[in-house]
Design a protein around this ligand. Structure first.
Ligand code: 1AE
Length: 424
């Protein structure tokens, strides 16, 4: 029996005949073209022909006319990798009018080639020995132009504040002052020293950079130098590169996916891909253990509905769950192979006063992540970490931040609230 992967598009047009449009896509992206090719009509071509599954026409809040179109593509048309699937379903089409790819549904046969995250939420928690609270990650800030001692000191201060993960800034590339070869041992030594005070394990996500052909070698080298996590700018390299890294037998540490460039792809209602597909389903399928994305609360804002759809895609048992209920013919997606869950990491402009909102929306399976919100703390970087840990503790115990901050010993949270306030 044939198997298919299904793409859902949102197509805007005031006049178009959406049935004709859908048929044009199903034929044009498989056996035919915009002209009626005689070859396309042959019976022998049928197994390769795309199928229009359904078309739901509607108007948005601005009264613009659109249709959600679902098309099934025969698996026989593409190899079992994301570049082949994405080029099939949205290659040329992505440039053809007001059309956005909003969801993908994978056949079991296609999914069979993917192992997903190597560690996932459980694996990351096991590495850290933390199972009962959201994790806290801090981001190196002000790294360019600094030498190794300055970087080690910054690392040490972050670690002393009680963070679980520290990630390189995504704009830190190979450079003469802090090359990976020296940076990893220096930072891991700072982690060891901090652990003596905190008793806390820590993951350091080192930025993998440089030519694509050397990334795996660089990752293995970083691990041999002591790196226990990696950061990767997935969209600059492509999902397939992430998949290769995550499936590599010698890359034995969690990978955090940075969303750099995602804004070129998801924000328009008329073009690109939905954020939940880009930063949710595809990141998880390609093997990201942690996925960063803008939150609804901070400095770079993504609508909450989109954020919740990303979260769902990262943690649901069934990666094939539909992202948009409007497209579900029977509101149930067929079950798929289980993949490990990826940690959602809502980010950008996060400060302690936002922690209750993050936990309200994401629950416990979340990484609270901050750069400026830690280093910009009025009492310094170490206090920045402490303020976040206090905010997490308060939110988990159902105590208001202001009340918790007024308790003796929580001066760091008090200072953070005075600096940035509390958002309810
Ligand atoms: C969405 C990515 C956020 C990120 O990478 C970053 O560096 C955030 O920094 P802050 O927390 O906004 O200072």
């Amino acid at each position: 029996m044939s198997s298919y992967c299904t793409a859902t598009y949102r197509c805007y047009d005031e006049q178009a005949d959406f049935h004709k449009k859908a048929t044009g896509i199903a034929v044009g992206l498989t056996v035919g073209s915009w002209t009626d090719l005689p070859e396309a009509n042959k019976i022998s071509m049928r197994p390769y022909l795309g199928q229009v599954i359904d078309i739901k026409e509607s108007r948005d809040d601005e009264e613009e006319r659109y249709a959600d179109i679902r098309i099934a593509y025969p698996d026989v048309n593409f190899s079992r990798d994301l570049p082949a699937l994405l080029v099939t379903v949205f290659g040329k089409l992505s440039m053809d009018g007001r059309i956005k790819l909003i969801d993908l549904h994978f056949s079991d046969d296609f999914l069979g080639s993917f192992t997903g995250p190597k560690f996932g939420i459980q694996g990351v928690r096991e590495q850290l020995g933390v199972h009962d609270r959201p994790l806290l990650m801090s981001i190196f800030k002000s790294v360019i132009g600094h030498d190794l001692p300055a970087l080690s000191e910054q690392f040490y201060k972050q670690a002393l504040g009680g963070v679980d993960l520290i990630k390189d800034d995504e704009i830190l590339f190979e450079n003469p002052l802090t090359p990976l070869e020296k940076r990893v041992p220096a930072c891991m030594e700072a982690a060891r020293q901090a652990e003596e005070s905190t008793g806390q394990k820590l993951l350091y996500a080192v930025n993998l950079t440089g030519p694509a052909s050397r990334l795996a070698e660089q990752a293995v080298r970083a691990i041999s130098l002591g790196a226990n996590a990696l950061l990767f700018n997935v969209l600059a390299y492509g999902f397939d590169t992430l998949q290769e890294l995550s499936a590599h037998p010698d890359i034995t540490v969690p990978i955090a996916a940075h969303p750099a460039l995602a804004g070129a792809l998801y924000p328009s209602p008329h073009h690109g891909m939905s954020a939940s597909l880009l930063l949710g389903k595809l990141m998880r399928l390609a093997g990201a253990d942690l996925v960063l994305f803008p939150s609804p609360y901070g400095s770079v804002v993504m609508p909450k509905e989109e954020n919740m759809a990303i979260r769902h895609a990262l943690i649901t048992d069934n990666i094939n769950d539909y992202l948009y209920s409007v497209n579900t013919p029977d509101s149930k997606a067929s079950a798929s192979m289980p993949l490990r869950q990826s940690f959602p990491v809502p980010s950008a402009g996060i400060h302690p006063g936002l922690v209750p909102l993050i936990l309200r929306d994401f629950g416990t399976e979340v990484v609270v992540n901050a750069g400026g919100g830690i280093h910009g703390h009025p009492m310094g970087t170490e206090a920045g970490g402490r303020a976040f840990r206090q905010a997490i503790q308060a939110a988990m115990s159902g105590t208001s931040l202001r009340e918790y901050a007024s308790i003796s010993g929580h001066e760091e949270l008090q200072a953070a609230i005075e600096a940035w306030g509390v958002k309810e």
